[in-house]
Structures are given as C-alpha cells and as structure tokens.
Design a protein around this ligand. Structure first.
Ligand code: FES
Length: 676
C-alpha cells in the first residue's frame, strides 16, 4: 500500500498515512485535537480542516459554505488520503476540541470535568435560591452540599468493604508440626473468622507463599476478598501492611472519567482525579461510540482508550500520594450501560437496536488486570448494576447517593447529558426513563458550541436597554465558543429581552448591529471576530435555538410523562435533585425560563455533584450499600418513552419557550408580561 506524508500546520509537523486512510483518523492518531462529536459520521460538521494542497478525495458536506470550500475547508472525516498533503487545523477546530483537562484533588484552571463532592473546592456559586420572582437577569446557581460526606462523617453506616487486610504472626513449622504453608495460613485465617472451606488461593499467590512467609519471618499481611462463592486470597506481603488498604471508585462517564482513591480503613477519599474520556475522539455520545465500535478494531480501540484514561488517572493519584498500586484490591465502577460494555470490551451493538438489549445488566466481578487496569494484579472490578439499556449503573449509583429509595419525599432525580436520565419516586416506588437530549447541552449541534473547557462562554446576560451581551468565559480566556450553560443563559436572556419569541424565532423588527441574517439564517452575535479566539463572530442561530428547544423539550417531556404516568403533577414534587457535570453550572432561573426545568420553588432544587462516583464510593465501602444498589436496579421500573403515547404529546408541547401552556410557568409568564 502506498504511503504518503501529510504536513500539518501551523506546527509544520509531518505524519505518515496510507492510501485510503481517513484524514480524521490519521490526525487523531498523531495526537492532533480535533472535535468529532458524531464520531466521524459526517453529521456534526465539527471536524473542520483546511486542505492547503495535495491529493485527496473529499466528499461534499452541507456543513461547508461555498466560499469555505473555495478556501480549502473540508470535514476531516470525509477526506480520504490519496497522496502527499498539506493540511491546516484552523483555530475554531482546535478551540472546540478543548484541552485535556486533568484534575487531581480539585478542579484545575477553568476547565470543568466534574470531580464531584468529596474533593475540596472553593465555593463558586452564588447561593441565593429564593422563592418568588427573581430579578431580571439574576443568576441563581446551586448551593453544593456534599450529602454523602456528611453521612461518612456522621458514621450512619458501617464501613464494611469487600476486601480485608489481616496481619498474621504465624507459628513457624517444626518437626512436630508438618502442615504445609497453605494449610498453616488457612488455619490462622479460620481463627480470624474466615471460612476455611470456601477459601481459595490462586496459583500466582500460592507460588510466592513460601518465600513471603520466610522473608517476613512468618509475619505477613494477607489481603482477602469476599466473593459470592467464597473468600479468595488476593495477595500476601511480608510484615504488617494493614495501614495501606485501598480501593477505587470510578465514574466511567461518556465525557469524563473521575477516579477516587479511597482509604478502606477510614472510608475517606485520599485523592481524586478527573479527565476527559479519551474515547471522545471517537464520538461524543453513546450512539456515536456504538457506531464506532462496529468499525474495524473500533471496539478494541474504544476499550483501550477508556482503560488508558483510567490508568493515567490512577497513576497520577498514586504518584501524588506515594502509594502503591498493589495495595488496591477492589474497584467499583459506575457508568452508563454502553460505557460499561466498552470498558469490558463487550459489543454494545444491540443496545442501540430495537428491542435494545444489552449483553449484561448486572456484571459479575471481573479481574481488573484482565481489562488492563494497573492495580494489584489480582484485584477485582465490580460494575454497579444497570436498570435498563439506557438507564445504567451510574443512575443506580445516583439513586443510592440521593437516598430517595429510603425516604418519603416525592423526589425527581435527573442526570442531564447527551441522554437525560430521570428517576421519580420515593421509598415506596421508583420509576425511571431516559430521553435523548442529543449533544446540544454539551455544545454539539450548535454552530459555535463546545464542551465546557477553557475558552467556552459559560454565562450570558443581555442588557435590557442596549441589548448588548455580558459574557463570562471559562479560564478567562478569549471566547472560542459557547458551552451548555452559556447556551441556556443566552436563550433565556434573549427571550426576556424580546430578542426571541416563544416559538424560538429571533425578532426581525429590532434594528441592532448584533441582529442580522447570517450564513445559516437569522442570528444574534454574541462576540465579534475581533474579540474572539477563533477570528470569527460567535453567534447564536435559529438552527441552534431549534436544537436546544428539542433537547430541553425532551428532558421536560420525560419528567412530565413520568409524573403523568403516576397521576402526579409538578406541584407534587418535593425535591428536584440534579446530578452531573452539566448541572453544576446550570443557572436554575434561566433553566426554568426556557422550560428545561419545571417552575417550582427554587429551594426544591439541589445539585448533587457527580452522584455516579459518589454512589461508587458508597458501594465500595459497604457491602450492605452494594446490596441496596442491587435492590435499586432490580426494583426500579423502567418506562420506555419511545413507546409511550403521551411522551410525544408532552414533547411537542414543550417545544415552546417555556411551554405551549404558559400557565405551567407562572413566574416566567409574569416576567414576559413585564417585558411587554
Ligand atoms: Fe466529521 Fe462529525 S462531521 S466528525
């Protein structure tokens, strides 16, 4: 096969490609950050490059304008290499890709993969939730409360992890005591309360037993794990090592991965680290990843990428703390069903095809080393059980974190990402559903959308008199695009200033330099090119607004369908709990104004942080809580919205700002009345 050289600008770096290679893959393999929300299917328009010269085959795309094509713009996923090439990655593609944001112990810089409660962080919100009508343009964020940490401190449940470390001072053998080394060890462990009959010692541990016993002068530390069918000796070390008893709780998210290193003696989190999931380069949502998994070696690549991310984070924490990987004997991971399939290397194909069947919902424990995790070579990985194909173990973990399954108040728990998972109920019953919000809240399907990384506009306010925007940008960098929280703010503010009508149409009657007919229809300019990092105007178009309306409509309709199914209304909601990275920066007031969240008293809303990793932390520490998680997964009723007659009605009604039935949003009605 012919090999060609591709020179990538502005670096001038040369990389080698084979004839017929897809340019996007070649660039990504070489480490160039290129956004690819759709995973290379040509449907997101994000992977823009400029082909300066050379030989290639570029398929046409509706995402490219005529004059852009004239300048050499192509979508990298639609370009096949056919000769030497010169390619430029333009500033907007670099900016939209975001940087690798690795966080250890706390949030770093302005980037915001969600590290969840547990990690110390300075308060960033303006905790002023108040009932009644807020001032126009006011910004109301959540007050973060580390629910679980309270419980840990208060010691309301016993720390009882699956792994145990036991220090033994054994009697050496003698001519009168001929027992073998393993018999001797087993007998001492029985004295310490373990069942000898159901105890097993894997061959690799057995191989080093005689040496360790003697090198430690018969003083050893044994690490054991309780499995469904007995107890297994995971490791033996000379001397007393009981003070180093570690476990990991990991949130395997579609966008980011968060790792907690946990001291299993005290239950405390020793350190945390978070980073974007390296699989992002293969698509931003689960559907793109499922599609990617079907490409040649796609599944293996996806598995290696996520395991690689996890290993990097584990390594960073261990280097920072000086602790050893061999002391980690147990890992609890929580993730959506597709992510867990990809982590284990299971084909996720049938999750996407009707009737949406996963290979496994409740994964039996697996050896962490089998999937390449760099911890103790005999450590076990436990994945929290899923409720359904589109309501995974991360939601089981979330329910466990909220405690809603044990408490009387009627609660809605919601995790908004590319999928919105919603749980409704209390101690008596739980129902759940998943609605496809699409990638709009994560910056996809929005012309200048980007992930919540440095350079993203995270909040917007619009002056009522001048109609000029005030923005804040993550990392205080020059703006390069807008992330989900900024988009919601922009829509709410445009509605409240009269720039937007309730159908999502931008007003044509106001003469203002920021309102104009653009390449993609009518638009409002948030940032002019001279002030942007991408040397282009950053705009909100009516197409963007339409995509956000569909996303918010799906989430609201999911909530209202569940409520209707149970013959309840929004007035019955006693708590509204929001989890996930997106929720943390959500302005509740603006989310209500656009009709993403119901118009209920603000004090009922509460942000939980990363409830997936928190639930994993709980299940790691307590076998009783693990059993509760299993019970939650078994007993929660899943409602399939795609077959629900009322969901479509609710969805169509929710495609207005805030809703076709404005009386459901009395505060917004009042604000819009004042506007008039
Ligand atoms: Fe190329 Fe989406 S259009 S990755």
């Amino acid at each position: 096969m012919n090999r060609f050289t591709i020179t990538v600008y502005p670096e001038g770096k040369k990389i080698i490609a084979s004839e017929g290679d897809v340019l996007l893959r070649v660039l990504k393999k070489a480490g160039f950050p290129i956004p690819a929300s759709c995973g290379g299917q040509g449907t997101c328009g994000k992977c823009r490059v400029v082909v300066r010269g050379g030989v290639c085959h570029a398929s046409p795309s509706p995402f490219l304008r005529k004059e852009e094509i004239g300048k050499g713009y192509c979508l990298a996923c639609l370009v096949l290499v056919e000769g030497d090439m010169e390619v430029e990655i333009p500033p907007e593609s670099r900016a939209a890709a975001g940087g690798p944001a690795v966080v250890v112990g706390h949030k770093a810089g302005g980037d915001k993969p969600d590290t969840a409660p547990g990690a110390p962080s300075a308060p960033e919100s303006t905790p002023s939730p108040a009932p009644g009508v807020p001032a126009a343009g006011s910004r109301i964020l959540f007050e973060e409360k580390p629910v679980v940490r309270d419980k840990l401190v208060l010691g309301k449940w016993e720390i009882e992890p699956r792994t145990r470390r036991v220090h033994l001072q054994m009697q050496p053998p003698s001519l009168d005591d001929h027992r073998s080394d393993i018999e001797r060890l087993r007998a001492d462990l029985v004295v310490r309360g373990f069942s000898g009959e159901r105890m097993r010692c894997p061959l690799p541990v057995l191989k080093k037993l005689s040496k360790v016993l003697r090198s430690g002068s018969w003083q050893i530390t044994v690490t054991l794990i309780e499995l469904p069918d007995g107890v297994e000796i995971l490791d033996i070390q000379p001397g007393d090592q009981t003070q180093h008893h570690l476990g990991l709780a990991i949130d395997v998210g579609t966008t980011s991965v968060v790792v907690y290193l946990v001291d299993l003696l005290t239950g405390q989190v020793i350190d945390t680290a978070g980073s974007y999931n390296a699989q992002i380069r293969c698509g931003e949502d689960v559907i793109s990843r499922i599609v990617y998994a079907r490409t040649h070696e796609g599944l293996a690549e996806l598995q290696q990428l996520v395991v690689g991310t996890m290993n990097e984070l584990i390594d960073q924490i261990l280097q920072g703390t000086g602790l050893a990987a061999r002391n980690i004997g147990c890992i609890v991971a929580a993730g959506n069903t597709t992510m867990i399939h990809l982590l284990l290397g299971l084909d996720p194909r049938y999750i996407r095809e009707e009737p949406y069947i996963p290979t496994v919902s409740s994964v039996p424990p697996v050896k962490a080393a089998e999937i390449g995790l760099k911890v103790n070579e005999h450590a076990y990985l436990y994945c929290l059980p899923a409720i359904a194909s589109f309501v995974g173990g991360d939601i089981t973990a979330g329910i466990l974190t909220t405690g809603m399954h044990k408490e009387p108040p009627l609660t809605i728990f919601i995790d908004i990402g590319t999928n919105g998972e919603i749980v409704l109920g209390n101690a008596d019953w739980l129902v759940t559903a998943s609605c496809s919000a699409g990638p709009a809240f994560e910056g996809g399907e929005v012309l200048h959308g980007m992930r919540a990384a440095s350079g993203a506009i995270e909040s917007v306010a619009i002056d009522r008199e001048t109609l000029e925007p005030r923005i804040s940008v993550i990392g205080q960098a020059a703006p390069a695009g807008i992330c989900g929280s900024g988009i919601i703010d922009a829509l709410a503010e445009m509605l409240l200033t009269g720039l937007l009508d309730r159908k999502g149409k931008i007003c044509r009657d106001i003469a203002h330099p920021r309102l104009r007919e653009g390449e993609y229809g009518f638009e409002y300019v948030l940032v002019f090119a001279k002030d942007s990092a991408i040397q282009k105007d950053i705009v909100i178009t009516e197409i963007d607004i339409n995509n956000i309306l569909r996303a918010k409509g799906a989430v609201y309709a999911g909530c209202s369908t569940l409520l209707k199914q149970m013959s309840l209304g929004v007035e019955d909601i006693e708590r509204f709990l929001i989890a996930g990275g997106f929720g943390r920066y959500l302005n509740i007031h603006n989310a209500v104004v656009i009709g993403l969240l119901p118009d209920i008293p603000y004090e009922k809303f509460r942000y939980l942080g990363n409830s997936s990793v928190t639930g994993g932390h709980l299940a790691l520490l307590s076998q009783r809580l693990w059993k509760e998680a299993e019970h939650i997964a078994r007993s929660t009723t899943y409602l399939e919205l795609s077959t629900s007659a009322s969901f479509m009605d609710e969805y169509v009604s929710a495609l207005f700002l805030p809703h076709t039935n404005i009386s459901l949003f009395p505060r917004v009605e009042l604000l819009l009345g004042e506007r008039k």
